[in-house]
Design a protein around this ligand. Structure first.
Ligand SMILES: *Cc1c(COP(=O)(O)O)cnc(C)c1O
Length: 365
């Protein structure tokens, strides 16, 4: 462990937190990403000085110089993870070390300072400890944690910044899709791609999302819920949604997901579902899947189910797929049997209701 990882956090409680009765009201139906907690974590980095000034304090606006580097050159990365309330009232995180490692990988790709994993983990624990009363008790509720980091140096030169600000904020959340979404409809983007070989597709950076929004807006205009991207080279192989990985379930009981390889975000939900599927003896392929094959398989019945997955929405069935020259639906348009089974297993582990053979749950006290 480096000296950086042993930084101690200075804790200054919020002097005027949201009153308990008002908090309770906000937690009844929080939606997603609108209800924020009382505190935030900040840690600073400067070249030559390393990581310093670790704090937990009242959540408050930032003041930024207009020449702050991130506003011009977009060195920004983030993570998304959840703290769950267990039956015994304690809180738990799901595979937080994977988020810590991915955050470092993202930083490296964006030529940013790398936060030591132990420091990342401690910042998350501090955040949950400060705001654990904000974990909603509603079904499917969680405290969504958003660690992020950006170039905070005041300088207009094009180079990796010499200063960074790392932060954690938290949002009390319910279901990601309004109404719990029995299934989503997808629009296959023809004009836009999400990630090219050698690009930033495997990094969790804000820029990838900015680049996906025109395609997502087009999906909505075409009457679909979400955009799905094809590979940038052949414009043929299915990659992922703007913020979720994809899985396909076949009539022989096998499942398939596109392989990682630089253009797909290595989702922790994706990895967990692969582990769960393999552990129950299912045949699992990480292999490219062409959009024309998807259509043919959906129409022949060889493909039974398809779903998208990620921390925010967990597992979401894909009901139909459309593009300018085709449209097909999957199964009966609702959640399939295996999709539901995998989802229930994952959620059961996350909420401490099922055995946790892979030691994925990290309990906090
Ligand atoms: C975060 C993210 C995912 C899902 O990752 P999880 O670790 O499962 O939450 C998938 N695709 C993209 C583009 C993402 O940013």
């Amino acid at each position: 462990m480096t000296a950086d990882a042993e930084l101690t956090f200075e804790f200054t409680p919020n002097a005027s937190p949201v009153p308990a009765n008002e908090r309770a009201e906000r937690l009844v139906n929080p939606g997603f990403g609108r209800v924020f907690t009382d505190h935030m974590v900040t840690i600073r980095y400067a070249e030559g000085k390393g990581w310093h000034d670790a704090k937990v304090g009242a959540r408050a606006p930032l003041t930024l110089d207009p020449a702050t580097s991130v506003l011009h050159y977009a060195q920004e990365i983030f993570e998304g993870m959840k703290a769950y309330r267990l039956a015994d009232g304690s809180a738990a995180l799901f595979r937080p070390r994977e988020n810590a490692r991915r955050f470092r990988d993202s930083a490296r790709r964006m030529a940013m300072a790398e936060l030591p994993e132990a420091l990342f983990l401690e910042s998350i624990r501090q955040m949950v400890r400060a705001d654990r009363d904000w974990i909603p008790e509603i079904e499917g509720g969680a405290l969504y944690l958003r660690p992020f980091m950006f170039a905070s140096e005041v300088f207009l030169g094009v180079k990796p910044a010499a200063e960074y600000l790392y932060m954690v904020i938290a949002s009390s959340v319910g279901a990601y899709f309004k109404g719990g979404a029995p299934s989503v409809s997808l629009w296959v983007s023809q004009d836009y791609t999400r990630a090219a070989p050698g690009g930033t597709g495997a990094a969790k950076c804000g820029g990838n999302y900015a680049a996906s929004l025109a395609a997502q807006a087009e999906a909505i205009r075409r009457g679909c819920d979400q955009v799905i991207f094809l590979d940038a080279v052949e414009r043929r192989y299915v990659e992922e949604l703007g913020g979720m990985n994809t899985f396909f379930v076949f009539d022989d009981g096998s499942i398939q997901t596109p392989p990682l390889g630089g253009t797909i975000l290595p989702g922790i939900t994706r990895d967990s579902l692969l582990v769960l599927a393999r552990a129950q003896g299912l045949t699992v392929r990480e292999a490219p899947y062409a959009i024309d094959q998807w259509k043919a398989d959906a129409e022949s019945g060889r493909l039974r189910e398809a779903f998208a997955c990620g921390t925010a929405a967990v597992v979401t069935p894909i009901g139909s797929v459309a593009s300018p020259d085709m449209r097909f639906s999957i199964g009966n348009g609702g959640p399939g049997e295996l999709t539901e089974r995998l989802r229930d297993q994952l959620v059961g582990i996350q909420r401490g209701e099922l055995p946790d053979p892979h030691n994925w749950l990290e309990r906090l006290d």
